[in-house]
Design a protein around this ligand. Structure first.
Ligand code: DC
Length: 231
């Protein structure tokens, strides 16, 4: 069984997907972390962010590994990310990577390399995957699809808290502007734009607690299992 959780930045995907995976004993797959790793490698190697073919080559050669054994230094819900032997969990969440990731992930060549890897990883067993296109492109046959939303103000507030927890300072208006810019890139790109799959269940998390959202998703999974006769 595969559960997909898509939505814009700050809608609660990582926190919810990780907790649902823990509750169900499923593997958690953070596809955003993968695009962030490609972006970090591109910035370090000086590959121009507009060079799709070169970024695609970089993405398909990347020695990328995600590890969910324990909480990452960047926050409880995020995966540890490795490039070769290097733990880059903190670097992939830096403001520089965050500012560049939407442009890098808009290239078709980058997306096809990452989508292939995501399908391979999710194909190993029961998985909760989160991102922008997991229910529409990566795993459209998922048994349960969720699309999370929240107001821009609430999403900016959450991002600010995350940054503060990491000792970074920022201003809420600036975080909101940056987030809306990323939303526009992610929703406006030609390949696999952020959008709700027709058969996804939309949950507005603005006024819900994490536990309430997790509970709703777990109920959806239980209902899907009952329907499929695989309780
Ligand atoms: O969820 P996140 O903030 O870590 O995602 C970082 C960026 O990666 C996001 O702005 C767009 C891109 N992304 C994507 O294009 N497709 C995905 N499935 C996941 C993330």
């Amino acid at each position: 069984m595969v559960v997909t959780v898509d939505g814009p930045a700050g809608s609660g995907k990582s926190t919810i997907a990780r907790r649902v995976a823990t509750r169900l004993g499923f593997t958690y797959l953070d596809t955003g972390a993968m695009y962030r790793a490609v972006t970090l490698a591109a910035l370090e190697k000086g590959v121009p962010l507009g060079d799709g073919p070169e970024l695609g080559r970089l993405a398909s050669r990347l020695q990328l590994r995600l590890d969910d054994a324990g909480p990452a230094p960047s926050g409880e819900s995020q995966s540890r990310v490795f490039l070769g032997p290097r733990d880059v969990s903190l670097e992939v969440r830096s403001p520089e990577v965050t500012a560049a990731v939407s442009e890098v992930s808009a290239h078709a060549a980058v997306r096809s390399a990452m989508t292939e890897l995501q399908r391979r990883l999710a194909g190993r067993g029961q998985t909760v995957m989160e991102g922008r296109d997991t229910g529409t492109v990566v795993w459209p046959e998922a048994e349960v699809k969720v699309f999370l939303t929240a107001s821009p103000e609430e999403r900016a507030r959450r991002r600010l808290l995350q940054l503060k927890a990491r000792g970074l300072t920022a201003e809420q208006e600036q975080v909101k502007r940056e987030m809306l810019r990323r939303d526009a890139w992610d929703s406006g790109r030609e390949v696999a734009p952020l959008r709700k799959a027709e058969d996804a269940v939309e949950i507005d998390t603005s006024h819900l607690t994490i536990e309430q959202v997790v509970e709703r998703v777990v109920v959806l999974v239980k209902e899907a299992k009952a329907k499929g006769g695989a309780v």
